[in-house]
Design a protein around this ligand. Structure first.
Ligand code: NAD
Ligand code: TYD
Length: 353
């Protein structure tokens, strides 16, 4: 039995679906169902007895303690977080609450549970914390990619809250001996991503005939990883990672935002041409830059490749094609996700674009 937190979000739901495709080991999925949590992501598991969904908060230590006692998992995968940089700039409170205090409470419950386990179960137990490359700050054009020993220099409230959670996880290993693993991954994309993030926002705005808002000059660089490659990497980290270690996960896919938006437009031109025969690229609009916007992220994934034998299966070109097709083929999911909370965010963040 494994416990997954945040398993109704983008990466968590992909992970749970993947896990139950690869193995029969049951999953308890704890999620608070914030605006980003969506049970429709898990619709394929609706009648699957291997999946138990629990609505709750990682910060509710009593609930976590009773779930651990009841289900006795051998692993806790912590995906639960507030995850959107722009929201962390306009409202950082929830980021401190969930990413820092919530992770702390989860660690406390995990420590109490782990300390009471029989020795063999204690040795086998893992707390796997899913984190981000954003904790390392920003790179100049010629800088080497982030390695696991790059100094933490978080620049946004989101990145700072994730950095704090990583430090707590590290301290629980160093101080109490809790067997932890931390993964720091680059930008994910793929099915079920909430359309506040770059790639789904651009696909859905394009199809709705809306502007495609590119921050600043659009030359900011991110490393992109297809979500299923990330899920596979996390399974490898669990299976073969050394307790107390951190692993950087990336796709060796550094891309400028504007190039991604242009590629999405090209794919949509090919798959779902505009009725007026023009390109979706006509909808691109440069808007005010994000405050404190990190210019470049890049991941050196050498450690996980060397030590755990993991490599991404998708190139950016194959992954982005699959992703665009998925959004085109799942209009019901798209319509549902564009509910009130999402529309409110678009109105406050982008005004009446
Ligand atoms: P997401 O925002 O899509 O999903 C987060 C999920 O966590 C949601 O289902 C939400 O309801 C749940 N949640 C939020 N607060 C909670 C709480 N207090 N208790 C229980 N559940 C709670 O995020 P995502 O993109 O799937 O990211 C998952 C994890 O991966 C996060 O920790 C994030 O920092 C990390 N990460 C994301 C990316 C990326 O590109 N999306 C890259 C690297 C790392
Ligand atoms: P995002 O998907 O929010 O991920 P992160 O900020 O965690 O990297 O943004 C990816 C990049 O795209 C980032 O440089 C900001 C930029 N961006 C835009 O240019 N326009 C947008 O509307 C959004 C949401 C992001």
């Amino acid at each position: 039995m494994i416990l997954v937190t945040g398993g109704a979000g983008f990466i968590g739901s992909n992970f749970v679906i993947d896990w139950l495709t690869q193995t029969d080991e049951p999953v308890v999925n704890l999620d608070k169902l914030t605006y980003a949590g969506n049970l429709q992501n898990l619709a394929s598991l609706q009648d699957d007895p291997r999946h138990v969904f629990v609505h709750g908060d990682i910060g509710d230590q009593t609930l976590i303690a009773s779930l651990l006692q009841q289900h006795r998992p051998r692993v806790i995968f912590n995906f639960a977080a507030e995850s959107h940089v722009d929201r962390s700039i306009s409202g950082p409170d929830a980021f401190v609450e969930t990413n820092i205090v919530g992770t702390f409470k989860l660690l406390e419950a995990a420590r109490a549970y782990w300390q009471a386990l029989p020795a063999a179960d204690q040795a086998a137990f893992r707390f796997l914390h899913v984190s981000t490359d954003e904790v390392y700050g920003t790179l100049g054009p010629q800088d080497a990619p982030f390695t696991e020993t790059t100094a933490y220099t978080p620049n946004s409230p989101y990145a700072a809250s994730k950095a704090a959670s990583d430090h707590l996880v590290r301290a629980y290993h160093h101080t109490y001996g809790l067997p932890v693993l931390t993964s720091n991954c680059s930008n994910n994309y793929g099915p079920y991503q909430f359309p506040e993030k770059l790639i789904p926002l651009m696909i859905i705005n394009a199809l709705n005939g809306k502007p495609l808002p590119v921050y600043g000059d659009g030359m900011q660089i991110r490393d992109w990883l297809y979500v299923k490659d990330h899920c596979n990497a996390i399974r490898q980290v669990l299976a073969h990672g050394r307790s107390g270690e951190t692993y950087n996960i990336g796709g060796w896919n550094e891309k400028a935002n504007i190039d991604i938006v242009r590629l999405i437009c090209q794919l949509l031109d090919e798959q779902r041409p505009r009725l007026d025969g023009k390109s979706y690229a006509e909808q691109i609009m440069h808007v005010a830059d994000r405050p404190g916007h990190d210019r470049r992220y890049a991941i050196d994934a050498g450690k996980i490749e060397r030590e755990l034998g993991w490599k991404p299966q998708e190139t950016f070109e194959t992954g982005i094609r699959k992703t665009v097709l998925w959004y085109l083929e799942n209009p019901a999911w798209v319509t549902h996700v564009q509910s009130g909370a999402y529309r409110d965010w678009l109105d406050t963040h982008y005004g009446n674009l």
